[in-house]
Unconditional design. Structure first.
Length: 81
């Protein structure tokens, strides 16, 4: 589980730094949720983090994202807590 924790954290930090695309991160998280949900659903911290990442590319309008850097920073803080 430590490895997935680091992968999740790395993607969150990438969102904060704008070094990864929201769409790529969301696709990655959705694939884990779909294909390996049993492995992570029992760990509330990892499951919440994956759920958040899966929604990283949600938009409220054309080109207007629901989540921004402040949200991404909060996600990292929650994961580290």
């Amino acid at each position: 589980m430590q490895d997935i924790h680091q992968q999740i954290r790395s993607r969150m930090v990438g969102l904060v730094q704008s070094s990864v695309s929201r769409e790529d991160v969301a696709d990655w998280a959705l694939a884990l949720i779909k294909n390996e949900s049993a492995a992570y659903s029992s760990n509330a911290t990892l499951w919440t983090a994956l759920d958040r990442l899966a929604g990283a590319d949600l938009q409220t309008g054309p080109g207007i994202y629901l989540h921004g850097e402040e949200d991404f920073r909060a996600w990292v803080a929650d994961l580290d807590a």
